[in-house]
Structure formats: structure tokens, C-alpha cells
Design a protein. Sequence first.
Length: 263
Amino acid sequence: MNHRGGWALIKSSWLSWMQYSSFFFILVFGWMITPLIYMLVWSGAAGTGTLGGLTSGEFIAYYLILILVNQLTYSQTNWTVGDVIRMGDLNHWLLRPMLPLYNPLANEVAGKVVTMIFVIPIASILAVVLRPELHTTWDKVVLSLLALAFAWLLRFFWGYWLALLAFWTARADALLALQDSLVFLMAGIVAPVWMLPAGFKLAASVLPFRFMVGFPVEILLGQISRQDLLIGFVYQAIWAVFAILLSAFIWRLGIQRYTAVGG
């Protein structure tokens, strides 16, 4: 566990990302467009009353928070893992005196710093202009931050094990795209989870995708009961542990196959 080398790798990755910061700013802005559209749709539909238990201002708060959570948990670096495996660049990871996992983690941390430099000011400007309504308490803030940490852990390793399937197939990126589609449908982006049709709501309550984005937002807005809160944390922890163990298992099998064919 070469933590000093890992930290040096994070700094070098950050400098590399900063060289292309304008490209990533445009990319991140594209990711923000969809939640912003749904924010305008649902806040407009609520009008001067309520819809799904939220006022127009609360819908604005929901989606502004969701934009921040989505950006903090989204792991764009997992999209490059398959290319690293297919093109043989994994050799460089294996030759470094540190765990290969440090490489995607370094890019993950560096990417978050660069993208949040753009996202936070934009979200702050939107908050000043649109005047969201947020009624929360400090205990909800703390629990939401804890859920956010688990959400990142779950989303990163869930995408990581999917990306590692590139050891066997060139279509691993298609599985990552499918994951993003399921997150869009079940994680509270197209609509808050409690407003989904019964079938989707039931699926979202047990599958991992809601716990990657929507769950921390629901906690912060107080749209979840104490019992559902505890159950949610249990599901989130179970899925996170499952994703980590599955990633380790697939890596072990994949690296044996990778070395067997000479990289």
C-alpha cells in the first residue's frame, strides 16, 4: 500500500486534467443539462401548489443538490479502464510500485477537483437566481454526507467491475452505458424516486442505482422516514461491499488471463 506514491500520482493526474480543463468544463456542463431540464419541468408543474409533496422551490432545491451529488459520485474514469486493458497500457499500471487500483482512484480524485471547480459556482449562481427552498437540519446534513460517501464508493466500484469485464469483451463500455441509463431512471434524475410508478419505485428501493445518487438527496430534503433511512443505509452498505468484492474477484481472474496472453 504505497500511499506516498498514490498521492504523487493524484497530483500528477490533477496537473494532467488541468491542461484540458476547458474540455472537461464543456463535458460537465453537458451532464448538467438533463437535471436542469427536469428541474424546470417539475418546478413548473408544481406551480403555486405542491406536486409529489414538493413545492416549486423545493423541486429547485432537490435538483440543484442532485446535480452536485451526481457530479461527486459519477466516475468518468471507469470509462477509460477498458481502453487501458484493450490497448495494453495496463502494463504501466502493473509495473508501478503500488496497487493498480491507485491509477483509476488518482484520476477519480483529480477529476472531481477539476469538475467541481466548475459545478459549484454554476450551482451557486442558479441558487441565487432561482431561490430554492431547503428546510433541513444538521443531523440530516451529517447523515446525507455519510450517504454521499457510500454513494461514491458504490458507484465507483460498481462501474469498476463492469469496466474490468474488458478482460473478456470489448463491449464493457455498453454495460457502463446501461448502468447510466438505469441510474437515470431509478436514481431520482428523471423524477424523485417517491414519484415514480409503483413498479419502478419498488425496483429502485432494492437495486443499487438509487443509492448512487438519489438517496443522499432524499435524506437532506427530509423525504424519507427513519425506518426507510436505516433500511436504505443497510442496502447501500450491502451493495457497496458486494461491488468491492466483485471487483477484486474479477480483477484476480482477469489479470491471470491478461498475463496468460502476454498483455
